[in-house]
Design a protein around this ligand. Structure first.
Ligand SMILES: NC(=O)c1ccc[n+]([C@@H]2O[C@H](COP(=O)([O-])OP(=O)(O)OC[C@H]3O[C@@H](n4cnc5c(N)ncnc54)[C@H](O)[C@@H]3O)[C@@H](O)[C@H]2O)c1
Length: 445
């Protein structure tokens, strides 16, 4: 896809540039589609903020305590209203934030414009940007010489560790938002390539139990519906992967009246899906039965040539996993005589023999491509983990090994506590006798 008419407000900087000068130059920087969209973006950022009480509480404390004073953060995240509120929170804590998109199709152009115009946050992201522009935006973020990286999928960290190694010397820690990024980082740590400690935000209970399950579950169906307007009730939906996202997606599809088939490679997850009431089948068995296929595995070529060949005429194919590799699109291209845009975010592939298959959102995560991503209410917790983890890294990051760390339990619990408080929910506390009982082995029946 071609780069859309864009507003570039920054000059290129070289690796040799003095850090403060680079920061100064980047302060007013950005590369966004259209600055005139800022007004709409601001209104939507404020709407999301109303549903992010935990992040607001943290922002108010950060504004007073300034725990991130002088810290430059290079963030490669989906540029959505919720991310804007995270960036504002980090900024309130004293950080300078530089933002680029973590997927070429997930940027909300009005939000990107507002971040630059209303919040002074240099943002490099355009919905529909091509591969080259996507990576040039990551480069712009790294050129701001971050001390802390914040990634969603590990693309920024990868560029930093391969093509932009001189910038590594400024970085002392990072965070990673999603399952796929954590997998890549663990691989880097295992072969000793990772050059600083990273906290795996995804692995916090207050992240994956809610964001991946309820957020991805709901917003993926939202993306499919906005793109197709299909009736889910009575249809057969095939979900590849029964991890945190797959569980949420399966329950939402079932709740809307679909017959849900699940495919898995992990016997435990497959067993769980079966006991949750889904039909667990191989993709070879599912292919001729499905009306809608959604991959959410973090793996590649989960839907491939033999599956496309077996699918029904009119089958719809979508992905909600991080990268656009879960569906083997090159194979689909090779099997097709031609393709056309059927609707926005829907490509009709005409296979040899006349069968048509419909690919949604170019195989990129459909909840962000065709809808707005997760609701703010659930991103509130994920991004509260981000903000508190950065604060933790500023205090302790320099003492940590170059490894992947879980979110400290105290942060996870604090996020849950604040969320419950914001919901007006009170829970019980242990009595002294219960505390003692839970710590003893001598008391039985
Ligand atoms: N769309 C979004 O907004 C969003 C949000 C969170 C996570 N994600 C992404 O979604 C993906 C899944 O995340 P998760 O948290 O559920 O991960 P997870 O590790 O909990 O689950 C992935 C599941 O897929 C299964 N799997 C792997 N290869 C498979 C194959 N070939 N066929 C069938 N199943 C297979 C695994 O066994 C596992 O159970 C990741 O790429 C993650 O980054 C997307």
């Amino acid at each position: 896809m071609a780069v859309l008419k864009a507003t570039r407000l920054v000059k290129k900087r070289s690796p040799g540039t003095n850090g403060d000068h680079a920061t100064k130059a980047a302060e007013t920087a950005g590369h966004v589609k259209d600055m005139k969209l800022a007004r709409d973006g601001k209104a939507r950022i404020e709407w999301a903020d109303r549903h992010m009480p935990v992040l607001r509480t943290i922002r108010a404390r950060f504004a007073k305590e300034q725990p991130l004073k002088g810290v430059r953060i290079g963030a490669c995240l989906h540029v959505t209203t919720e991310t804007a509120n995270l960036a504002r929170t980090l900024q309130a804590g004293g950080a300078q934030v530089f933002l680029c998109g973590s997927n070429p199709l997930s940027t909300q152009d009005d939000v990107a414009a507002s971040l630059v115009a209303d919040f002074g946050i240099p943002t490099f992201a355009i919905k529909g940007e091509d591969h080259k522009t996507y990576y040039s935006h990551i480069v712009s973020c790294i050129e701001a010489r971050p001390h802390v990286t914040m990634d969603d999928g590990c693309d920024l960290v990868t560029v930093l560790h391969t093509k932009m190694k001189p910038y590594l010397k400024d970085v002392f820690a990072g965070t990673e938002e999603t399952s796929t990024g954590v997998t890549r980082l663990r691989a880097m740590a295992a072969d000793k390539t990772l050059k600083y400690p990273v906290i795996a935000i995804n692995d916090a209970d207050t992240k994956h139990l809610f964001d991946n399950r309820y957020g991805t579950g709901q917003s993926t169906m939202d993306g499919v519906l906005r793109a197709t307007n299909m009736l889910v009730a009575g249809s057969t939906v095939v979900i590849a992967g029964y991890g945190w996202c797959g569980r949420g997606l399966a329950s939402r599809a079932k709740g809307m009246g679909a017959t849900v088939l699940v495919t898995e490679v992990n016997p435990l997850r497959a067993l769980e899906a079966a006991m949750d009431g889904y039909q667990v089948v191989s993709m070879a068995d599912a292919a001729p039965r499905g009306d809608l296929f959604i991959t959410v595995t973090g793996n590649k070529s989960v839907l491939r040539r033999e599956h496309f060949a077996a699918m029904k005429d009119g089958a719809i194919i979508a992905n909600s996993g991080h990268f656009n590799v879960e569906i083997d699109i090159p194979a689909l291209e090779r099997m097709s005589d031609g393709k056309k845009i059927a609707r926005p975010f829907v490509e009709e592939y005409r296979l040899q023999g006349g069968k048509r298959l419909f690919l949604l959102g170019e195989g990129r995560l459909i909840n962000l491509a065709a809808a707005e991503g997760h609701p703010a209410m659930v991103m509130d917790m994920s991004f509260a983990n981000q903000a508190l983890s950065v604060e933790h890294l500023v205090k302790h990051g320099k003492k940590l090994d170059h490894s992947v760390y879980v979110v400290p339990e105290a942060i996870d619990k604090e996020v849950a506590r604040l969320k419950l408080k914001s919901m007006g929910t009170t829970i019980d506390t242990l009595t002294p006798a219960q505390v003692k009982y839970m710590a003893t082995w001598s008391e039985g029946t």
